[in-house]
Ligand binder design. Structure first.
Ligand SMILES: Cc1cc2nc3c(=O)[nH]c(=O)nc-3n(C[C@H](O)[C@H](O)[C@H](O)COP(=O)(O)O)c2cc1C
Length: 248
Protein backbone atom coordinates (compact mmCIF):
# COMPACT_ATOMS: atom_id res chain seq x y z
CA UNK A 1 0.00 0.00 0.00
CA UNK A 2 1.06 3.57 -0.63
CA UNK A 3 2.69 5.04 2.49
CA UNK A 4 0.44 8.11 2.68
CA UNK A 5 -2.70 5.96 2.61
CA UNK A 6 -1.12 3.59 5.11
CA UNK A 7 -0.50 6.50 7.45
CA UNK A 8 -4.06 7.83 7.01
CA UNK A 9 -5.40 4.39 7.86
CA UNK A 10 -3.34 4.16 11.04
CA UNK A 11 -4.77 7.41 12.48
CA UNK A 12 -6.12 7.42 15.98
CA UNK A 13 -6.63 10.41 18.28
CA UNK A 14 -3.96 10.60 20.96
CA UNK A 15 -4.91 11.93 24.39
CA UNK A 16 -1.79 11.08 26.40
CA UNK A 17 1.58 12.62 25.58
CA UNK A 18 5.21 12.20 26.58
CA UNK A 19 6.86 15.14 28.28
CA UNK A 20 9.15 15.51 25.29
CA UNK A 21 9.01 18.98 23.73
CA UNK A 22 8.56 19.59 20.01
CA UNK A 23 11.58 21.23 18.38
CA UNK A 24 10.98 24.42 16.44
CA UNK A 25 12.20 22.65 13.26
CA UNK A 26 9.54 19.97 13.60
CA UNK A 27 6.81 22.46 14.52
CA UNK A 28 7.75 24.69 11.59
CA UNK A 29 7.53 21.74 9.20
CA UNK A 30 4.02 20.97 10.47
CA UNK A 31 2.90 24.59 10.20
CA UNK A 32 4.36 24.99 6.75
CA UNK A 33 2.57 21.83 5.60
CA UNK A 34 -0.64 23.34 6.98
CA UNK A 35 -0.26 26.40 4.78
CA UNK A 36 0.12 24.21 1.67
CA UNK A 37 -3.55 23.21 1.84
CA UNK A 38 -5.87 24.42 -0.90
CA UNK A 39 -7.81 27.54 0.03
CA UNK A 40 -10.66 29.47 -1.58
CA UNK A 41 -9.19 31.75 -4.25
CA UNK A 42 -5.81 31.15 -2.55
CA UNK A 43 -6.93 33.80 -0.04
CA UNK A 44 -5.81 31.65 2.91
CA UNK A 45 -8.58 33.14 5.01
CA UNK A 46 -7.34 31.60 8.25
CA UNK A 47 -4.78 32.06 11.00
CA UNK A 48 -3.14 29.50 13.26
CA UNK A 49 -2.47 30.32 16.90
CA UNK A 50 0.31 28.28 18.48
CA UNK A 51 -0.01 27.88 22.24
CA UNK A 52 3.03 26.61 24.14
CA UNK A 53 3.03 28.87 27.17
CA UNK A 54 1.76 27.13 30.32
CA UNK A 55 0.03 30.27 31.55
CA UNK A 56 -1.90 30.60 28.30
CA UNK A 57 -2.88 26.93 28.49
CA UNK A 58 -4.12 27.45 32.04
CA UNK A 59 -6.27 30.33 30.83
CA UNK A 60 -7.72 28.16 28.05
CA UNK A 61 -8.24 25.08 30.25
CA UNK A 62 -11.73 25.92 31.50
CA UNK A 63 -12.95 26.97 28.05
CA UNK A 64 -11.73 23.57 26.82
CA UNK A 65 -13.87 21.88 29.48
CA UNK A 66 -10.77 20.95 31.46
CA UNK A 67 -9.78 18.26 28.96
CA UNK A 68 -6.40 16.93 30.09
CA UNK A 69 -4.88 16.85 26.58
CA UNK A 70 -4.52 20.62 26.57
CA UNK A 71 -2.25 20.65 29.62
CA UNK A 72 -0.44 17.39 28.80
CA UNK A 73 0.53 18.19 25.24
CA UNK A 74 3.45 20.56 24.66
CA UNK A 75 1.54 22.43 21.94
CA UNK A 76 -2.05 23.35 21.18
CA UNK A 77 -2.98 24.71 17.76
CA UNK A 78 -6.09 26.84 17.22
CA UNK A 79 -7.18 27.28 13.61
CA UNK A 80 -9.29 30.39 13.06
CA UNK A 81 -11.39 31.60 10.16
CA UNK A 82 -9.71 34.95 9.52
CA UNK A 83 -10.79 37.72 7.20
CA UNK A 84 -9.19 40.38 9.38
CA UNK A 85 -5.84 40.27 7.61
CA UNK A 86 -7.42 40.20 4.15
CA UNK A 87 -9.80 43.04 4.96
CA UNK A 88 -6.97 45.21 6.23
CA UNK A 89 -5.06 44.52 3.03
CA UNK A 90 -8.13 45.45 0.96
CA UNK A 91 -8.30 48.68 2.92
CA UNK A 92 -4.73 49.77 2.27
CA UNK A 93 -5.22 48.96 -1.43
CA UNK A 94 -8.48 50.87 -1.58
CA UNK A 95 -10.47 47.73 -2.50
CA UNK A 96 -14.06 47.06 -1.43
CA UNK A 97 -14.88 44.91 1.57
CA UNK A 98 -17.02 42.05 0.35
CA UNK A 99 -16.20 39.73 3.22
CA UNK A 100 -18.25 40.75 6.23
CA UNK A 101 -20.95 38.12 5.66
CA UNK A 102 -21.81 34.53 6.57
CA UNK A 103 -20.51 33.16 3.27
CA UNK A 104 -17.08 34.58 4.15
CA UNK A 105 -17.21 32.93 7.58
CA UNK A 106 -17.89 29.61 5.85
CA UNK A 107 -15.03 30.20 3.40
CA UNK A 108 -12.64 31.06 6.22
CA UNK A 109 -13.81 28.02 8.18
CA UNK A 110 -13.27 25.67 5.26
CA UNK A 111 -9.79 27.12 4.69
CA UNK A 112 -8.97 26.77 8.40
CA UNK A 113 -10.19 23.17 8.56
CA UNK A 114 -8.27 22.11 5.44
CA UNK A 115 -5.10 23.66 6.91
CA UNK A 116 -5.72 21.90 10.22
CA UNK A 117 -6.06 18.49 8.64
CA UNK A 118 -2.88 19.08 6.61
CA UNK A 119 -1.11 19.91 9.88
CA UNK A 120 -2.56 16.81 11.56
CA UNK A 121 -1.37 14.52 8.78
CA UNK A 122 2.06 16.15 8.65
CA UNK A 123 2.36 15.77 12.43
CA UNK A 124 1.41 12.09 12.32
CA UNK A 125 3.91 11.48 9.54
CA UNK A 126 6.61 12.83 11.87
CA UNK A 127 5.63 10.48 14.70
CA UNK A 128 3.48 12.94 16.65
CA UNK A 129 -0.11 12.50 17.75
CA UNK A 130 -3.06 14.89 17.78
CA UNK A 131 -6.53 15.14 19.29
CA UNK A 132 -9.03 17.62 17.90
CA UNK A 133 -11.04 19.41 20.55
CA UNK A 134 -14.59 20.46 19.65
CA UNK A 135 -14.50 22.77 22.63
CA UNK A 136 -12.67 25.20 20.30
CA UNK A 137 -15.99 25.93 18.59
CA UNK A 138 -18.24 25.34 21.61
CA UNK A 139 -16.23 27.90 23.60
CA UNK A 140 -15.33 30.15 20.68
CA UNK A 141 -16.58 33.25 22.52
CA UNK A 142 -14.41 32.67 25.63
CA UNK A 143 -11.42 31.61 23.52
CA UNK A 144 -11.73 34.70 21.34
CA UNK A 145 -11.24 36.82 24.45
CA UNK A 146 -8.37 34.76 25.83
CA UNK A 147 -6.57 34.74 22.46
CA UNK A 148 -7.39 38.43 21.90
CA UNK A 149 -8.91 37.80 18.48
CA UNK A 150 -9.77 40.96 16.56
CA UNK A 151 -12.84 41.52 14.37
CA UNK A 152 -13.40 38.98 11.56
CA UNK A 153 -11.54 36.19 13.36
CA UNK A 154 -13.31 33.12 14.82
CA UNK A 155 -11.72 29.98 16.31
CA UNK A 156 -13.08 26.98 14.42
CA UNK A 157 -11.01 23.89 15.21
CA UNK A 158 -8.05 23.12 17.42
CA UNK A 159 -5.97 20.16 18.46
CA UNK A 160 -3.42 19.13 21.04
CA UNK A 161 -0.10 18.07 19.61
CA UNK A 162 2.72 16.03 21.08
CA UNK A 163 4.63 12.76 21.12
CA UNK A 164 2.20 9.90 21.89
CA UNK A 165 2.36 8.16 25.23
CA UNK A 166 -0.37 5.70 24.26
CA UNK A 167 -1.46 3.66 21.27
CA UNK A 168 -5.26 3.63 21.53
CA UNK A 169 -7.37 1.04 19.75
CA UNK A 170 -8.36 2.23 16.31
CA UNK A 171 -12.00 3.32 16.35
CA UNK A 172 -14.31 1.75 13.80
CA UNK A 173 -15.70 3.74 10.91
CA UNK A 174 -19.08 3.32 9.28
CA UNK A 175 -18.89 0.83 6.39
CA UNK A 176 -17.97 2.67 3.23
CA UNK A 177 -21.22 1.70 1.47
CA UNK A 178 -23.02 3.65 4.19
CA UNK A 179 -21.26 6.82 3.11
CA UNK A 180 -20.71 6.69 -0.65
CA UNK A 181 -23.52 7.40 -3.13
CA UNK A 182 -23.08 6.67 -6.81
CA UNK A 183 -24.18 9.58 -9.02
CA UNK A 184 -27.26 10.51 -6.93
CA UNK A 185 -28.14 10.43 -3.26
CA UNK A 186 -29.81 7.12 -2.39
CA UNK A 187 -32.09 7.46 0.61
CA UNK A 188 -31.30 4.80 3.20
CA UNK A 189 -34.18 2.54 4.17
CA UNK A 190 -34.38 2.13 7.98
CA UNK A 191 -33.28 -1.52 7.90
CA UNK A 192 -30.09 -0.42 6.08
CA UNK A 193 -29.49 2.39 8.59
CA UNK A 194 -29.61 -0.19 11.37
CA UNK A 195 -27.07 -2.31 9.46
CA UNK A 196 -24.77 0.66 8.76
CA UNK A 197 -24.63 1.56 12.47
CA UNK A 198 -24.55 -2.02 13.81
CA UNK A 199 -20.77 -2.31 14.30
CA UNK A 200 -20.45 1.23 15.62
CA UNK A 201 -23.18 0.54 18.17
CA UNK A 202 -21.41 -2.61 19.33
CA UNK A 203 -18.03 -0.91 19.62
CA UNK A 204 -19.31 2.44 20.91
CA UNK A 205 -21.40 0.96 23.71
CA UNK A 206 -18.26 -0.67 25.18
CA UNK A 207 -17.00 2.85 25.93
CA UNK A 208 -20.27 4.06 27.43
CA UNK A 209 -21.26 0.99 29.47
CA UNK A 210 -21.06 2.90 32.75
CA UNK A 211 -23.25 5.80 31.62
CA UNK A 212 -26.42 3.73 32.12
CA UNK A 213 -28.07 4.72 28.82
CA UNK A 214 -29.72 1.99 26.76
CA UNK A 215 -28.26 2.56 23.28
CA UNK A 216 -25.57 4.53 21.44
CA UNK A 217 -28.02 6.81 19.64
CA UNK A 218 -29.32 7.97 23.02
CA UNK A 219 -25.75 8.33 24.32
CA UNK A 220 -25.28 10.91 21.58
CA UNK A 221 -28.49 12.83 22.29
CA UNK A 222 -28.89 12.47 26.07
CA UNK A 223 -25.25 12.47 27.18
CA UNK A 224 -22.71 13.77 24.66
CA UNK A 225 -24.63 16.33 22.60
CA UNK A 226 -27.82 17.40 24.36
CA UNK A 227 -30.41 19.64 22.74
CA UNK A 228 -29.87 22.22 25.48
CA UNK A 229 -26.09 22.37 24.98
CA UNK A 230 -26.34 22.55 21.22
CA UNK A 231 -28.89 25.34 21.28
CA UNK A 232 -26.63 27.24 23.70
CA UNK A 233 -23.50 26.75 21.55
CA UNK A 234 -25.44 27.78 18.44
CA UNK A 235 -26.66 30.97 20.08
CA UNK A 236 -23.17 31.74 21.42
CA UNK A 237 -21.64 31.23 17.99
CA UNK A 238 -24.26 33.39 16.26
CA UNK A 239 -23.58 36.11 18.84
CA UNK A 240 -19.85 35.89 18.17
CA UNK A 241 -20.38 35.98 14.40
CA UNK A 242 -22.41 39.15 14.85
CA UNK A 243 -19.78 40.70 17.12
CA UNK A 244 -16.93 39.76 14.78
CA UNK A 245 -18.84 41.24 11.84
CA UNK A 246 -19.60 38.15 9.82
CA UNK A 247 -23.37 38.60 9.64
CA UNK A 248 -23.86 41.64 7.42
C1 LIG B 1 -14.01 18.53 15.19
C2 LIG B 1 -13.64 17.46 16.18
C3 LIG B 1 -13.81 17.69 17.53
C4 LIG B 1 -13.41 16.74 18.48
N1 LIG B 1 -13.52 17.03 19.80
C5 LIG B 1 -13.02 16.16 20.71
C6 LIG B 1 -13.00 16.52 22.09
O1 LIG B 1 -13.43 17.63 22.47
N2 LIG B 1 -12.48 15.64 22.97
C7 LIG B 1 -11.98 14.42 22.56
O2 LIG B 1 -11.51 13.66 23.42
N3 LIG B 1 -11.97 14.06 21.26
C8 LIG B 1 -12.47 14.90 20.33
N4 LIG B 1 -12.43 14.59 18.99
C9 LIG B 1 -11.84 13.31 18.55
C10 LIG B 1 -12.94 12.32 18.14
O3 LIG B 1 -13.57 11.81 19.29
C11 LIG B 1 -12.29 11.20 17.33
O4 LIG B 1 -11.72 11.75 16.16
C12 LIG B 1 -13.30 10.12 16.93
O5 LIG B 1 -13.81 9.48 18.07
C13 LIG B 1 -12.66 9.06 16.05
O6 LIG B 1 -11.55 8.51 16.74
P1 LIG B 1 -10.07 8.55 16.12
O7 LIG B 1 -9.73 9.96 15.81
O8 LIG B 1 -9.18 7.95 17.19
O9 LIG B 1 -10.10 7.69 14.90
C14 LIG B 1 -12.86 15.50 18.04
C15 LIG B 1 -12.71 15.27 16.66
C16 LIG B 1 -13.09 16.24 15.75
C17 LIG B 1 -12.88 15.99 14.27
Amino acid sequence: MNTVIEQLKSHRSVRKYKEKTISSEVLDQILEAATMASSSGNMQAYSIIVTEDEKMKEKMFKAHFEQSMLMEAPVFLTFCADFNRMRRWLKIRDAANNFDNFMSFMIGSIDAILASQNAAIAAESLGLGICYMGTTLASSTELSEILELPENVIPVVGFSLGYPDELPEKRKRLPIEGIIHKEKYQQYPFYEIAKIYEEKEREGMKRYQDVGIENLAKVYTEYKYTEESHIKYSKDLLGLLEKQRFLN
